[in-house]
Ligand binder design. Structure first.
Ligand code: NAP
Length: 490
C-alpha cells in the first residue's frame, strides 16, 4: 500500500453523510448541535457529525415502530437481496471505506480493509439465512391435536456499538435484524460514527426501505438511549461494549423486560503447551495480540507458556514486536496505529507500570511513543507476577505479558481465573490434550492452534461476565426471532 494523500483523505470524508438517518431521511440534530470526530494519530478534528438529542432518538424509534409490521411482511428473499447488494457495494468500495475507518479509529489501512471484508461477510451470510427461517409442525404426543411452532421477528431493536470495530460490530447486528424482519435504531460509538454513517448510505442505496434502519450519532449516549430502553415499543437491546456499561444496560432493560444480547469485555488467555510448535505459536500469538493494535475483545490478554518454552517464546515475541512499524495508519508500511485516545493510553501505561513495579521484566517497549497522537510502543513483559493487574484487567493495547506454568491443570486453572469468558487460545500438538483443555476452558470460544476465531459463519459470544447471546452463525438470527407456538385442535 502506498501512503494515502491528504486529498484522498478529504474526498472520503466529504463523501460521508454527517447527519442523522431517521425514517429514510438525512437530517440535522434538533438545535443543530454537532460533535467532533478526531483522528487518534494526530489528535486533530476530521469533521463534525450531528449530535442527536433525546428528541431525535425518539423520532428514530417512532420511525422504526412505524414500519415494523410492513417490514416483517416483506418477502424474506427480498430482505436477503438487499443485504446481498450491500455486501457487494461494501466490497467494491473497500478501499475508500478502509481509509475512512483508519482516519477515525487509527488502525493501519490494511487492517481496516480486513475488518471491512469481515464486516461485509455478515451481510452475505445473513442474506443466505433470511430464507432459512423455519418452524415445525408436529403431532401432539397424545395424538390429539397438532403443535405448530413458528418464528417471527422480535420487533424494533435498539443497537449500541463500540469504537474498536466500527463497521463489523454494526453489520453483525444489522445483518441478522434485516434478515429476520426487525427494524432498528442504531447508535454507534461517538469516537467512530463515520463508518456507520457510510454503512447506512450503502444500505439505503441497496434498497433498504426508509425507517428500517435509523442511525443516531450522539455525544450523550446515556441520555439519548435511556428513554428508548424504557420505551415499551422497543423489544430488544443488542449491545457490544464494556462489561461495566453492559451491566448498567441490563439493569435498565430489566424494567422493560427487553430481549437482550450482550457482547462484553474479555481477558483472553493464550496457552502454549510444551508439545506445541513454538514458531506456529508465536505466529498465532502475534495475530491474537496485535490485531487491531490489541484493542479487541478477543485480544490475547495474557500468555501462559509451559515453563520449558517460556523464555524462548518471550524472546521470539520480543524479536517480532521490535520489528513492527508504528505510525499513522494511512502511511505506507505502518503495522501498528495509535490507541483510540489518551485515556486508553494512560490506562495501558498504568497497567504496565504496575506489572514492572511488581517484578515483570520488559523485553521490549514499556512506554508511550513520543510525538503527536496516542501511540504506545509494542511491549513484551516476561516473568509477570500473578498479582499484576494486567492479568485480570482488559489491557486493550499492544502489550504481551508472559507467565510460565508447570502443569496442564495449572494452565487451565490460570486460564479460568478471571470473571471474563469470551475466548481462549490454545497451542498443542497433542489432540487428546487439546480436547481435554478445550472442555475445561470456561469461555464461549476457543482458538485451537490458531490466533483468530472471528468468522461470520460461527457463533461469536461469551460466558461469565463477557455476556450472553451469539452473533454470526445459525445462532445469530435467533437473537432477532421470537418463537410462537400454536395449539391446533384437529
Ligand atoms: P463502552 O464504553 O462500553 O461503549 C460502548 C458503546 O456504549 C458506545 O457506543 C458508547 O457510547 C455506549 N454507551 C456508553 N455508556 C452508555 C450508556 N450509559 N447508555 C447507552 N450507551 C452507552 O465500550 P468501548 O470502550 O466503546 O468499547 C470497548 C469495549 O467493548 C471493550 O470492553 C471490549 O472488550 C468490548 N467489545 C466487546 C466485543 C464482543 O463482541 N464481546 C466486541 C468489541 C468490543 P459513547 O461512544 O458515546 O461512549
Amino acid at each position: 500500500m502506498s501512503t494515502i494523500t491528504a486529498s484522498t483523505e478529504q474526498q472520503v470524508v466529504d463523501a460521508v453523510e454527517k447527519r442523522l438517518y431517521i425514517g429514510g431521511e438525512w437530517r440535522a440534530a434538533t438545535g443543530g448541535r454537532t460533535l467532533a470526530v478526531e483522528d487518534p494519530s494526530t489528535g486533530e478534528t476530521i469533521c463534525e457529525v450531528a449530535d442527536a438529542t433525546p428528541e431525535d432518538a425518539k423520532a428514530a424509534l417512532d420511525a422504526a415502530v412505524a414500519v415494523q409490521a410492513e417490514w416483517a411482511a416483506h418477502p424474506p428473499r427480498e430482505r436477503g437481496e438487499i443485504l446481498r447488494r450491500a455486501f457487494e457495494t461494501i466490497q467494491e468500495r473497500a478501499d475508500e471505506l478502509a481509509v475512512l475507518m483508519t482516519l477515525e479509529m487509527g488502525k493501519p489501512v490494511a487492517e481496516s480493509k480486513a475488518e471491512i471484508s469481515y464486516a461485509s461477510e455478515f451481510f452475505r451470510w445473513f442474506a443466505e439465512e433470511a430464507v432459512r427461517i423455519e418452524g415445525r409442525y408436529a403431532v401432539a404426543p397424545n395424538g390429539q391435536g397438532r403443535l405448530l411452532v413458528m418464528k417471527q421477528p422480535v420487533g424494533p431493536s435498539l443497537m449500541i456499538t463500540p469504537w474498536n470495530f466500527p463497521m463489523a460490530m454494526g453489520t453483525r447486528k444489522i445483518g441478522p435484524a434485516v434478515a429476520a424482519g426487525c427494524t432498528m435504531v442504531m447508535k454507534p460509538a461517538q469516537q467512530t460514527p463515520l463508518s456507520m454513517l457510510a454503512l447506512a448510505q450503502i444500505l439505503e442505496e441497496a434498497g433498504l426501505p426508509g425507517g428500517v434502519l435509523n442511525v443516531i450519532t450522539s455525544s450523550s449516549s446515556g441520555s439519548v438511549m435511556g428513554p428508548l430502553i424504557a420505551d415499551p415499543r422497543a423489544r430488544k437491546l443488542s449491545f457490544t461494549g464494556s462489561t461495566e456499561v453492559g451491566r448498567k444496560l441490563i439493569e435498565q432493560s430489566a424494567q422493560n423486560i427487553l430481549r437482550v444480547s450482550m457482547e462484553l469485555g474479555g481477558n483472553a488467555p493464550f496457552l502454549v503447551f510444551d508439545d506445541a510448535d513454538l514458531d506456529d505459536a508465536v505466529d498465532g500469538a502475534m495475530i491474537a495480540k496485535m490485531r487491531n493494535i490489541g484493542e479487541a475483545c478477543t485480544a490475547a490478554n495474557r500468555f501462559h507458556v509451559a515453563a520449558p518454552l517460556a523464555e524462548a517464546f518471550a524472546e521470539k515475541m520480543a524479536d517480532r514486536m521490535k520489528q513492527l512499524r508504528l505510525g499513522r495508519g494511512t502511511d505506507e508500511g505502518v503495522q501498528v496505529g495509535p490507541l483510540i485516545d489518551d485515556n486508553q493510553r494512560q490506562k495501558v501505561q498504568e497497567l504496565v507500570e504496575d506489572a514492572i513495579r511488581k517484578g515483570a521484566k520488559p523485553l521490549v517497549g514499556g512506554q508511550p511513543a513520543n510525538g503527536r497522537g496516542y501511540f504506545y510502543e509494542p511491549t513484551v513483559l516476561a516473568s509477570v507476577p500473578r498479582d499484576a493487574k494486567l492479568l485480570r484487567e482488559e489491557i486493550f493495547g499492544p502489550v504481551a505479558p508472559i507467565v510460565a506454568f508447570d502443569s496442564e491443570d495449572e494452565a487451565i486453572a490460570a486460564a479460568n481465573d478471571t470473571e471474563y469468558g469470551l475466548v481462549a487460545y490454545l497451542y498443542t500438538g497433542d489432540l487428546k490434550r487439546a480436547l481435554r483443555v478445550v472442555e475445561g476452558l470456561e469461555t464461549g470460544m476457543v482458538g485451537l492452534n490458531q490466533g483468530i476465531v472471528s468468522n461470520p459463519a460461527a457463533p461469536f459470544g461469551g460466558v461469565k461476565q463477557s455476556g450472553y447471546g451469539r452473533e454470526g452463525g445459525h445462532e445469530g438470527i435467533d437473537e432477532y426471532l421470537e418463537t410462537k407456538y400454536v395449539a391446533v385442535n384437529l
